[in-house]
Design a protein around this ligand. Structure first.
Ligand code: EPU
Length: 339
């Protein structure tokens, strides 16, 4: 294991923020991770575990120890004629795994194509897109407890999945490092989810009426590429805020004033509203402040055009929150984690 000192984290966060860390180390297997956790330097420091760095905003230099999870591997744990259970190393690139699943014609993760980040980070916020969340194919995960170095297993119930939520963002926050994830994918009779309007439209444009798993993945990739900036070109962390859920009564009240307010009923009493719509209505879409701004094609995505500072992006996000709260009385909460 090689401990680096005072290095820039720029290559390790998709916002491309040039903040430094005091210590940096990569873990390539569980035993190595367990010995890193015993290091005396680490015991007295702040700890930040990163995967693909695609859901963090570095607001300043990090005075502590960064561990990058580089635990790789894809192993078939169980296989029947109907399904396969695959164990994937937490450090594997998520989309790389999706491509592997699609190459094998295994169904379940095609709607989650092209999501940046790693497999280990995926259950943490129950990644979701185009009508599917990882919890639908989730079997279990293995995680090392930071305090003890012990390896523990969490099943779906233990993970307490919700919309962009899991136990790892609540009571287990900063307590575990996810080293491996087991997903169950379908080999036959997979029910494709093409209910999302944009997927239907894209398939129709392509003249595809009987889509395959690969067709759906390709449609999702083309939708994402048309709306979301490629982090390799423009720094970003995908959706910056979560879509808020409000009371149906409040929704109906707002509709009297804003008749085109979009909303999706999520329970008999609650409606989820696209944060992008609220942000756009407040005039923020395409806003530019020097090196940072709000993406021109998706108001929910904040961007670093290059050389931007994390604290500037944080300030922009707070200004957006204030104006949305003032205009609509809705408080947006960040999906991205501030460091
Ligand atoms: N909209 C606007 N202005 C915009 C963009 C969107 O008004 O600039 C409105 C439109 O009414 C549109 C609606 O927002 O119909 C929904 O937009 P979109 O389909 O782009 O999805 P989203 O709600 O903005 C969510 C996820 C994305 C995920 C897409 C597709 C959250 C926080 N975000 O975005 O996830 O890819 O749905 O399922 O739930 C991410 O989490 O990083 C992410 C990119």
């Amino acid at each position: 294991m090689k401990i680096l000192k005072n290095i820039s984290l720029q290559p390790f966060n998709t916002f491309g923020i040039n903040a430094k860390t005091q210590f940096y180390v990569e873990a390539t297997n569980i035993a190595e991770l367990q010995s890193i956790l015993k290091l005396s330097e680490l015991k007295n420091s702040h700890l930040l575990v990163i995967g693909g760095g695609s859901n963090i905003l570095l607001t300043k230099d990090f005075d502590g120890f960064v561990i990058k999870n580089n635990i790789l591997g894809k192993t078939i744990i169980e296989e029947t004629s109907d399904y396969v259970v695959v164990k994937i190393g937490g450090g594997e690139n998520w989309h790389g795994f999706v491509e592997y699943a699609i190459a094998n014609n295994w169904g379940g993760v095609e709607n989650l194509s092209l999501i940046p980040g790693t497999v280990g980070a995926a259950p943490m916020q129950n990644i979701g897109a185009y009508g599917v969340e990882i919890k639908e194919v989730f079997e279990s995960l293995e995680a090392v407890e930071i305090a003890t170095g012990k390896l523990k297993t969490f099943n779906s119930k233990d993970c307490q999945f919700g919309y962009r939520e899991s136990i790892f963002k609540k009571e287990a926050k900063d307590k575990y490092i996810i080293t491996g994830v087991l997903l169950k994918l379908k080999k036959h009779s997979h029910q494709l989810n093409t209910s999302y309007g944009a997927i239907k439209d894209t398939l129709m444009e392509q003249g595809i009426s009987n889509p395959t798993i690969k067709d759906v993945s390709k449609a999702v990739i083309s939708i994402r590429q048309s709306k979301l900036p490629d982090p390799k070109v423009i720094g970003n962390a995908g959706s910056f805020f979560k879509n808020p859920t409000i009371d149906k009564i409040d929704f109906e009240g707002l509709r009297l004033e804003y008749s085109d307010l979009p909303g999706y009923v999520v329970s008999p009493t609650e409606v989820k509203i696209p944060a992008a719509w609220l942000i756009e209505q407040c005039g923020w879409k395409g806003e530019r402040r020097g090196n940072i701004g709000v993406h021109t094609k998706q108001a929910l995505v904040l961007v670093n055009y290059g050389g931007g500072d994390g604290s500037e992006i944080k300030k922009l996000s707070e200004d957006i929150q204030s104006s949305v709260a003032e205009k609509f009385g809705i408080v947006l909460s960040a999906e991205v984690n501030f460091v």
